[in-house]
Ligand binder design. Structure first.
Ligand code: GLY
Ligand code: MN
Length: 513
């Protein structure tokens, strides 16, 4: 029987290695195993969509070999890892989600026609297949062995599920050793692969450079720029969602709604605990794990003045009667698509007069943003529409040193003291999706049907802000919905989650679940 290759399990230490080494044991454990039936269920619904996405990347890079790693498991501490998450570009182009085998790599190999013209790409998915019982991996390797982390699919199963050609990870070695100059890759996904590709590129740049001034580092610089172009293209490919993605977003929002219902149902217990915010996080997480893969980002459970800390994820404070609690959370499905919803709830069930005033101003800002969303407007106009309301309301309350009109001038912005973040971001596989898209297509981009993004204005009055009357201090409100651009307007995917102050109070009175 083959011994475990320690390169495959670098963190297995002698102190934890209690696997018997006797020949009798090895002989005995290698036999008596039944054949496994295929686990393939036929092409997944997303397979055809992923093929279409690959075709679009192929058309943008007709001659390049394109390398898209899923990425390795990431170490948390010593021999424990973070829960595995494949790179979003890999998930997008393969349709493989939470059951991705860590370390997989998608390679698009350029084809050429008989006349030498580019002719699309062949997609090959390299991954670590199920290990046979003729190796000791299955029982002796805590990182990847079947007895430790569960069985892996066979190449045939993955090929059938994703409608992709598959090969073992070992075959990737010869691909990486024989790269030509026209190779581009997703750099951030797998540092070890990036290092290998760069090393190969330097080798190629050196001996083949004819003139004496040839500078391998500069040659690499040019390659890195081409990698950045690929990252941009992969991001921009996700700006408009296809039918599969839109359905996933609906499902993610529906599961998220259940998570918020759970939090409301658990409020009595939450209020009774000194770290109630943690219980909020736990209630939501329970639902996210039950209905989806996990949360799409760390839940923000921000009670009282914590709501003024935009990304409060420590969540170790109490949830006190009379305060508001801002909950920003989203369920990520097994396909990795995530919702991103914020609701701000009055812990006691009803808003005070000042809390309601702030809440309804934020809702008015969100409504103003919703009202303009349709194909043809610019993405940044959504923010401007919301900010106009924020400026007018804060001016009306006497909080600004200038008029709303002055604050809204390019050289003003005083109202932004109370809302320093943007109003919208694209949403999908990543909570902040399409992050490497060009500004021309994102912030300055024109809306198209199929785009999905958030509308999430807020008002945050820091507890030590001397520019606001005391009654406002420590109040933070954000209302965040997920929006789909339609042919002639938009649809709020989260319209079913109570949103106005009255609806929120009724929701809490019902004690949802
Ligand atoms: N949900 C957190 C954010 O959008 O930044
Ligand atoms: Mn958001």
């Amino acid at each position: 029987m083959a011994e475990t290759d320690q390169k495959d399990a670098p963190r297995a230490t002698a102190n934890r290695s209690t696997t018997p080494g006797s020949d009798a044991f090895k002989e005995y454990i290698s036999q008596g195993w039944a054949e496994r039936p295929s686990r393939a269920t036929g092409p997944r619904e997303q397979a055809a969509f992923a093929a279409e996405r690959r075709a679009r990347i192929s058309a943008l890079h007709p001659t390049a070999r394109v390398v898209i790693p899923a990425g390795p498991a990431k170490q948390r501490s010593n021999d424990t890892d973070y829960p595995y998450r494949a790179h979003s570009a890999f998930a997008h182009l393969t349709g493989w989600g939470s059951d991705t085998v860590p370390g997989s790599v998608l390679v698009l190999e350029p084809r050429s026609s008989g006349a030498g013209e580019p002719d699309g790409h062949d997609a090959v998915l390299y991954f670590r297949e199920a290990a046979g019982r003729d190796s000791d991996e299955f029982y002796a390797n805590p990182e990847i062995g079947e007895f430790w982390t569960g069985p892996r699919p066979t190449a045939d199963d993955v090929a059938a599920d994703l409608a992709l050609a598959t090969r073992g990870l070992g075959d990737l070695e010869s691909v990486l050793d024989s790269l030509d100059a026209d190779t581009i890759l997703v750099r951030e996904a797998d540092p070890a692969i990036t290092e290998r590709v760069d090393a190969q590129r330097l080798l190629l740049a050196g001996p083949t450079a004819a003139d004496a001034d040839a500078d391998p580092e500069a040659a690499l610089g040019e390659r890195v720029e081409r990698d950045a172009d690929l990252a941009r293209d992969l991001s921009e490919l996700r700006l408009v969602k296809d039918a599969f993605e839109i359905e996933q977003m609906r499902l993610a929002v529906a599961a998220t709604r259940q998570g918020f219902d759970d939090v409301i149902a658990d409020l009595p217990e939450i209020v009774a605990h000194p770290r109630g915010e943690r219980l909020v996080e736990g209630s939501f997480d329970r639902r996210a794990r039950a209905e989806g893969n996990t949360v799409g980002y760390d839940t923000i459970a921000a009670s009282g003045p914590h709501a003024c800390i935009l990304h409060w994820t420590r969540n170790d404070g109490p949830v006190l009667p009379g305060d508001l609690i801002l909950i920003d959370a989203g369920v990520e499905l097994e396909s990795y698509y995530t919702a991103d919803i914020t609701r701000t709830l009055p812990v006691s069930g009803s808003f005070t007069e000042v809390q309601r005033r702030v809440y309804e101003a934020v809702r008015e800002a969100a409504d103003a943003a919703f009202a303009i969303v349709r194909p043809g407007i610019r993405f940044r106009e959504i923010h401007a529409a919301a900010m106009e309301v924020i400026a007018r309301r804060t001016a009306e309350w006497g909080l600004l040193p200038v008029s709303a009109e002055e604050a809204l001038q390019p050289d003003g912005g005083q109202h932004r003291r109370y809302m320093v973040h943007g109003t919208s971001h694209h949403l999908g596989l990543d909570v902040h999706d399409c992050a490497q898209a060009r500004r021309d297509l994102y912030l300055d981009g024109i809306l198209e049907p199929g785009m999905v993004f958030t509308i999430e204005p807020g008002l945050y009055f820091q507890p030590d802000d001397l520019t606001v009357p005391e009654e406002y201090r420590g109040i933070g409100v954000r209302i965040e919905d997920d929006v789909l651009v339609t042919a002639d307007g938009c649809e709020s995917l989260s319209a079913g989650i109570p949103r106005t102050a009255d609806e929120v109070e009724a929701w809490m009175a019902r004690g949802a679940r």
